[in-house]
Design a protein around this ligand. Structure first.
Ligand code: PMP
Length: 297
């Protein structure tokens, strides 16, 4: 089936979907995005993603291009037109098209693009093995809380990981503290069974998966600390994992080529993955999400 994309008011064949060469997203990375997981036709934690989108736009002083309800309607149309039941929705909003000039244009209208992509759940083999990460210096700007499309340092680090045979790179500040992965949040479980992930301020992106998991953790009575941890601490950890909208909770079994704990996915990690998956299942409810996408469109 041919894919359909939404671009500035129009639904277009994916291959023909394009934005203007003077879109400020293209020239200055002057825009923000969201990736929303879709499970059985339901946009998981949609409101939290839209809250973060509005916040990112607000921090960059880009106007909301339309009301939230309209964004939701378009998301559902894109899902329906692509018959998406499992995968994710990508939403990008830039400051719009204007003659190239660093200053904000006075008249530009924010530009909106939405696409969806199917995604299979992680295979049991992948989950059984876990993934490996490398550590790299964090060379990003100081507002990592904004989900900006300016992802060049993340791309460089991810490529470095790929070339090292790893799945992700954890970015590290000069003092040795881990911020996060290139597209994931980073977590460890210490030898005393304390779950640790970095506190969300301007240093990291506050992942929606991270937030959803924190709610579950409170319910499960897990001992938990929200603070920065060092690479050294991570190497000595009992368990480690990453979270994101496309990876859910993914065990990390090696850091810089050395096994984490016994080198197998941790018990708490897998328990938290289950908790997150049941959160997603709960969001999808008993109803067929694809059905809802049809009726809502
Ligand atoms: N950190 C960074 C830098 C990311 O790009 C992402 C993915 N967007 C995350 C963390 C995880 O966020 P989420 O759980 O909302 O996907």
């Amino acid at each position: 089936m041919p894919r359909t994309a939404y671009v500035n008011g129009r639904y277009l064949p994916h291959a023909k979907a394009a934005v203007h060469i003077e879109d400020r997203g293209y020239q200055f990375a002057d825009g923000v995005y969201e990736v929303v997981p879709v499970h059985r036709g339901i946009l998981v934690d949609e409101e939290l993603h839209l809250d973060r989108l509005e916040r990112s736009l607000g921090e960059l002083r880009i106007a909301m291009p339309m009301r939230r309800e309209a964004l939701k309607l378009i998301s559902r149309q894109v899902m329906r037109r692509n018959q998406l039941s499992n995968g994710f929705l990508y939403m990008q909003i830039t400051r719009g098209v204007a003659p190239r000039d660093h200053k904000f244009p006075t008249a530009a209208k924010p530009a909106v693009v939405m696409t969806v992509r199917q995604m299979k759940p992680a295979s049991p083999e992948k989950l059984e093995k876990g993934v490996s990460v490398i550590t790299v210096p964090d060379i990003r700007w100081a507002r990592r809380d904004i989900k900006s499309v300016s992802l060049l340092p993340n791309c460089l680090a991810k490529q470095q990981a790929h070339e090292a045979g790893a799945m992700e790179a954890w970015m590290v500040e000069a003092d040795g503290r881990v911020t996060e992965g290139t597209s994931t949040n980073a977590w460890i479980v210490t030898q005393d069974n304390v779950l640790v992930t970095r506190n969300a301020n301007q240093d990291i992106l506050n992942g929606i998966t991270r937030m959803a998991l924190l709610d579950r953790i409170a319910e499960e009575g897990v001992t938990f600390e929200e603070r920065a941890f060092t690479v050294e601490e991570a190497r000595a950890a009992k368990e480690a994992f990453i979270t994101s909208s496309t990876n859910y909770v993914m065990p990390v079994t090696a850091i810089d080529g050395k096994p984490v704990g016994n080198g197998h996915p941790g018990i708490l990690t897998m328990k938290l993955r289950e908790a997150y998956v049941s959160h997603i299942e709960g969001a999808a409810g008993g109803a067929s999400g694809a059905e809802e996408a049809k009726t809502a469109a």
